[in-house]
Design a protein around this ligand. Sequence first.
Ligand SMILES: Cc1ncc(COP(=O)(O)O)c(C=O)c1O
Length: 249
Amino acid sequence: MSGQPVIIWDKAEDCTVSDRWGNRWIDWSSGVLITNAGHGRKEIRDSLREVIDHGLLASYVFVHERRARLTQMLRDISPDPENYRVFLLSTGSEATENCIKLSKTYALKKYGSRKKYFVSFNHAFHGRTMGAQLAGGSEEQKEWMVDRDRTFVQVPFPDGYKNEDTSFDLFLQTLNEKGVQPPDIAGVMTETYQGGGPDFLPVDYAQKLEALCREHDIVMCYDEVQAGFGRTGKMFGYQHYGVRPDLIA
Ligand SMILES: Cc1ncc(COP(=O)(O)O)c(C=O)c1O
């Protein structure tokens, strides 16, 4: 990693971290949004210890009860449990990669190879693996690929300042300029809010996007790697928009 501050973390408790020489800091970074329950939380430590002591530390194709319980719990907290299925992965990048793969596979099987585009937004971040970067909105992070898969297309994000035009018309107009028609789109993915801002979609924009996706059978993916699990005040951030994504990373 580049850009690392020259301090060495040693211990952490709740929102405080310390080094070995007695310096202490408040961790405003919250582990870049992954330690919202606090560092070293007792319930998490106890559960980890229980799993380690139980002995079953690996299973790939075999079912085990804890995994079934976890997937059931994840379904139960979703707004519409009967319509959600859960697929457990290890990282956010894997989750967004799989959103791409599932969207494109669905489109290919149902409509053939013409429905091939994957649309996402400028300035978006979906991870550091190849597919996640192709869907990401940073040109700089894609330079290493040299020849790119041109089925990945970005449009301006309606943040209101980097792009002042927050109308949904700009989404359609940009795609039209790039020669992409809605029936040829396999999937659309957006961060629920762009973490780089933070920037939210206007509610009516999110709803128009959902309507377009439903009309053209486009898989709508919400990347909740930053927004999920209560971090915006609702269990899932997309609930603020009144939409129901097909895939949630
Ligand atoms: C919105 C978003 N999507 C995807 C990712 C990638 O997650 P991971 O680093 O676990 O691969 C991140 C990581 O910061 C993220 O913020």
